[in-house]
Design a protein around this ligand. Structure first.
Ligand code: SF4
Length: 300
């Protein structure tokens, strides 16, 4: 900015800095899903995923480079934790995608479901949400923003006090024993506490909490698991996204058969829940749920 005086520039540099992410690579899946690999200023990598809906696109963004939560079924967790993203780095995934991707103008929903646990980077996540939703920022309606968590109970309560956005919870089990095994966070905040926090969460009007349930063969996919889940959720305004586990190289888990997945869903429907089977998009480019790892060749 050559039109600014030296003094003014040096004053600004003490107050603020301008930075940006760079797009390192874009991969397109056979189903149209696009995975964008961003390089951060410090050389770390993160990923965002553009998901095609009927008439618009949803952008799934990251809140951390890597993740510390160690969920057993998740590739991101396996690659360890690098650092929290700054508010600007969270927001920039949207602005850069808007300006550089052909579908950028048609991004209507934002889901914080990419790399990392948003509520483990709470301060920066909430700042980013404010920038994304304010009129002097990106002007998204709060109803179009979804925060997905593995279940950090006190921060779910805090989120409910600080803003009104959609909540998604990665549940994946209907009892503590299985959830402890799959998701270490459950040892700190067991299912009963998590469900209580969900009951108290102030969802936007006419919205329901989404519970993500990754179906893993022989681990959490039995008819008994489905019955337990239905019982556990009694009285919670919610819907279920049933996600058949996405196998990846070296994964210890398997995808259940279509019959077993369907039987699980039918039990939830019988108990009057909305349950949708989400065949993950972008599987062929490792852009599906739990498959982001923010790695470029030669990096990890
Ligand atoms: S599922 Fe989410 S919270 Fe769990 S390790 Fe993966 S990125 Fe982290």
């Amino acid at each position: 900015m050559t039109n600014l005086s030296k003094d003014f520039k040096s004053k600004i540099s003490t107050l603020a800095r301008i930075s940006s992410l760079t797009i390192e690579k874009v991969q397109e899946s056979s189903d149209g899903t696009k995975k964008i690999l961003f390089k951060l200023e410090d050389g770390n990598f993160i990923e965002s995923v553009l998901i095609r809906e009927k008439n618009h696109w949803t952008l799934c963004i990251s809140t951390q480079a890597g993740c510390q939560m160690g969920c057993k079924f998740c590739l991101t967790g396996r690659y360890g934790f690098k650092r929290d993203l700054l508010p600007s780095e969270i927001v920039d995934q949207i602005t850069i995608s808007r300006f550089n991707m052909p579908e950028g103008n048609n991004i209507k929903n934002i889901v914080m479901m990419g790399m990392g646990e948003p509520l483990a980077n709470y301060k920066n996540t909430i700042k980013a949400i404010n920038i994304i939703t304010t009129n002097s920022g990106l002007e998204f309606s709060k109803r179009k923003i979804t925060v997905s968590t593995c279940g950090i109970v006190p921060m779910i309560e805090q989120l409910g006090r600080d803003t009104v956005v959609n909540l998604a919870v990665s549940l994946n089990a209907a009892n503590n024993e299985t959830r402890n095994y799959l998701m270490p966070i459950n040892r700190m905040y067991p299912i009963e506490k998590l469900i209580d926090a969900c009951r108290a969460y102030p969802m936007p009007k006419r919205r329901r909490i989404t519970f993500e349930y990754i179906l893993i063969e022989g681990v959490n996919d039995s008819p008994e698991d489905a019955e337990n889940l239905a019982r556990l959720m009694r009285g919670v305004l919610c819907k279920f996204n049933l996600i058949p586990f996405n196998e990846f190289p070296e994964s210890q888990f398997r995808t259940p058969s279509d019959e077993r997945i369907d039987a699980f869903r039918k039990i939830l429907i019988k108990h009057k829940y909305t349950a949708v089977i989400r065949k993950s998009k972008g599987r062929d480019i490792l852009a599906a749920c739990g498959q982001l790892r923010g790695a470029e060749k030669g990096h990890s």
